[in-house]
Design a protein around this ligand. Structure first.
Ligand SMILES: [Zn+2]
Length: 308
């Protein structure tokens, strides 16, 4: 009985993949884009050799492929024609709930900073700290990227994808199934990163979603069982909000060479110079020098400090 069921599931998967590979249902397919045929096939053969019975690609009703080489999905949400809302179950007991990727404080939030998009939440960690998968899913990307550094992207059954960037070491590979809590890599400072931290993103059909919509980063747990995605979810794209907490600005470096990044921090209640210095791996003396202040200067909430 069990065997027959496995064969049935395999047949379903193969039929489904055939439909993807034939690509008749991809309305946004573009001749300039690389073909996903090969990656899907390669992934299937790898999955088949590892597990010859149960193969599944999460959220195959949302995505038309499972590309293990291109970072962001090519077939993005059509925001212009998106009028309804989508309800996404994020805390399905069937999928073993949620694990916070790394229990550390956040150093930078989601939003636009000085016109530069920051599509994730940064969590402070030290190089070598274990980074966990937030939800159960299948690893779609596990490789090195110029800006993300070593990055893992996991696709989940509800259609969400979570990104874990700047890792020092990858401990999973594309096509691998993970549980909520699986250690997928070690924290690091690779790619476009200044100081070791985890850059954590949540996307739906390639569109970034503020992770704060579903995660309480102060308490390391989910905020809601159901995430409702509507036009409002993507308001940031037009409003270019600045959530505060931290920001980057591009400095031209005297017009020579590649731009250097100046890192700013907005002073919050309860902050002290030594606390901020520790957070950003600098010293009180350097902070004072960078900002032209004294150790005795009264730090007003909201004041912008250069931190690196
Ligand atoms: Zn980041």
């Amino acid at each position: 009985m069990k065997k027959r069921r496995n064969i049935f599931i395999l047949a379903c998967v193969l039929f489904g993949l055939n439909a993807f590979a034939g690509n008749p249902i991809s309305p946004l397919s573009n001749n300039n884009e690389p073909s996903h045929k090969d990656t899907v096939k390669a992934d299937l053969s790898k999955a088949l050799s590892v597990n010859d019975s149960l193969i599944r690609f999460p959220a195959y009703d949302v995505y038309t492929d499972f590309d293990t080489s291109v970072i962001h999905v090519v077939e993005k949400m059509d925001l212009a024609n998106f009028k309804d809302s989508i309800r996404i179950l994020v805390n399905d007991p069937q999928y073993c709930g949620y694990t916070h990727p790394f229990k550390g404080y956040t150093t930078s939030n989601f939003g636009y900073r000085h016109g530069q998009p920051h599509f994730g939440v940064d969590i402070k960690l030290e190089i070598g700290d274990s980074v966990h998968a937030a939800f159960e899913g299948k690893v779609r990307i596990a490789k090195r990227n110029k800006s993300y550094g070593n990055v893992v992207i996991i696709r989940h059954a509800n259609g969400l994808e979570t990104y874990y960037a700047h890792l020092s070491k990858l401990l999973v590979e594309a096509g691998q199934d993970v549980d909520a809590g699986t250690i997928i890599g070690l924290g690091g400072n690779t790619g476009h990163s200044f100081g070791s931290h985890l850059h954590f993103e949540v996307r739906y059909k390639g569109m970034p979603i503020d992770p704060n919509e579903l995660v309480n980063f102060a308490e390391y747990k989910l905020k809601t069982d159901t995430l409702v995605i509507s036009r409002k979810t993507f308001d940031y794209a037009s409003k270019r909000i600045n959530n505060g907490g931290g920001s980057y600005a591009v400095k031209t470096n005297g017009g020579k060479g590649k731009p250097a990044y100046v890192r700013y921090y907005n002073v919050r209640k309860g902050d002290s110079l030594s606390l901020i210095a520790r957070r950003y791996g600098t010293t009180v003396t350097l902070l004072c020098r960078m900002n032209g202040i004294k150790t005795t200067t009264n730090l007003q909430v909201g004041r912008k400090l250069k931190v690196g």
